[in-house]
Design a protein around this ligand. Structure first.
Ligand code: NPQ
Ligand code: MG
Length: 368
């Protein structure tokens, strides 16, 4: 397969409602999409970086720049284009995992479309549908939160995740338990908002039977997470800290992660995501698929990944309408709390022309 060109496309997708986390409030997504054109097929990639470097150091303008100036030229100069070659070719350039993941995803999509092979088959999926959880933001009142949670449970979501931060943690969790009972699968995500000196406070969540507490401490603090894990009974799950299979192995070995949230964009792509899955399965560590408010393109790939055998916990693979009134692909619709794994070649979905044009804010063709 020969690379003939790459299109960088920015789309602006308004959210159905503000989504507030410990690092800020989002009202819309400014997303970078890649369309890789080869002599055999085209492929789509989605960069999950946010507009601002608040979740991680990456942000979408930097991803567009590093792809344009470094990553795409390096790949174009490589004689053999296949998805397995992308990460090694890009390795000399440090970091920028979300940018690299988008490029690898587009090459993988093109390669699999050319072969007529679904991504789910390529990754080793063992199921044809996946159970879906939902991520619920920080709200202005407990009442508003309970209404939102009730709506998601009525929609069929099998797991509720509450964003928490200091001042919004024990009370909302208690309120959800009191209103919806102890059988609802419930977990929390702090997005690094606490420090290990908050251990006594976080132990107040222990009586509520949470599945996990996600990324309570800052990304680099593996030791702190290992110390915290000894002071609370809620299992510690890592998100931001897990950037590769190597970091997953280190976190598990240190006792910093009892559960791992896998996000392909955060770790450099779907192939590294599979390696992290394999490392975690080898250590008996459950994994689930995290979300970065993707369009239907990234959602399709995440659902394929979430169908691998080690994904034993519901992920943040919510339906399209969790965040978007209109998706740029045929919407993913929750059915009995599950989403179907796409069966077509590659991602199994592609952008709907009119919907894509309606949200496009810029396109740039990189000739090679
Ligand atoms: C679904 C969920 O909670 N995702 C992330 C946080 C997050 C929140 C908001 C975002 C806005 C724009 C881009 C990425 C974002 C990621 C998480 O698990 O930590
Ligand atoms: Mg998280």
């Amino acid at each position: 397969m020969k690379l003939t060109g790459v299109e960088l496309r920015r789309v602006r997708m308004p959210l159905v409602a503000p989504f507030r986390t410990s690092f800020g409030t989002q009202n819309a997504r400014d997303i970078l999409l890649l369309r890789v054109v080869t002599d055999e097929a085209e492929g789509w990639g989605e960069c999950v970086a946010m507009s601002d470097p608040l979740y991680s150091s990456e942000y979408v303008d930097a991803a567009a720049d590093v792809l344009t100036r470094f990553l795409v030229p390096a790949l174009a100069a490589h004689p053999r284009l296949d998805a397995n070659a992308v990460a090694p070719v890009l390795e000399p350039f440090r970091g920028h995992r979300m940018a690299k993941a988008a490029l690898e995803m587009a090459v993988l999509d093109a390669e699999l479309r050319a072969e007529g092979r679904p991504l789910s088959r390529e990754l080793g999926a063992t199921r044809d549908r996946v159970p879906c959880g939902v991520s619920v933001g920080i709200m202005n009142s407990v009442g508003e939160l309970l209404d939102a949670v009730g709506g998601y449970l009525d929609a069929g979501y099998v797991r509720i995740k509450l964003k928490i931060e200091p001042g919004w943690d024990v009370e909302p969790v208690r309120a959800v338990r009191e209103r919806f009972g102890d059988d609802v699968l419930l977990q929390v995500d702090a997005n690094t908002a606490y420090s290990v000196s908050d251990a006594r406070h976080l132990a107040r969540l222990d009586p509520f039977g949470l599945l996990l507490i996600e990324q309570p401490l800052e990304e680099e603090d593996l030791l702190g997470h290992a110390q915290l894990a000894k002071l609370i009974s809620t299992p510690v799950c890592l998100d931001e800290s897990i950037t590769s299979a190597r970091s997953a192995a280190a976190a598990i070995a240190m006792g910093a992660a009892a559960i791992v949230n896998i996000k392909p964009g955060r770790v450099g792509g779907y192939l590294e995501a599979r390696r992290i899955h394999d490392v975690c399965v080898a250590h008996g560590v459950p994994v689930w698929c995290g979300g970065m408010i993707e369009t239907g393109l990234g959602r399709a790939a995440n659902v394929a990944l979430a169908a691998l055998p080690g994904f034993t916990l519901p992920g943040d693979t919510s339906a399209s309408d969790r965040f978007y009134r209109t998706d740029i692909t045929t919407p993913f619709v929750l059915d009995d709390g599950h989403l179907p794994v796409p069966t077509g070649p590659g991602l199994g979905v592609e952008p709907l022309t009119d919907e894509l044009e309606a949200v496009t804010t810029s396109t740039e063709w990189l000739p090679l």
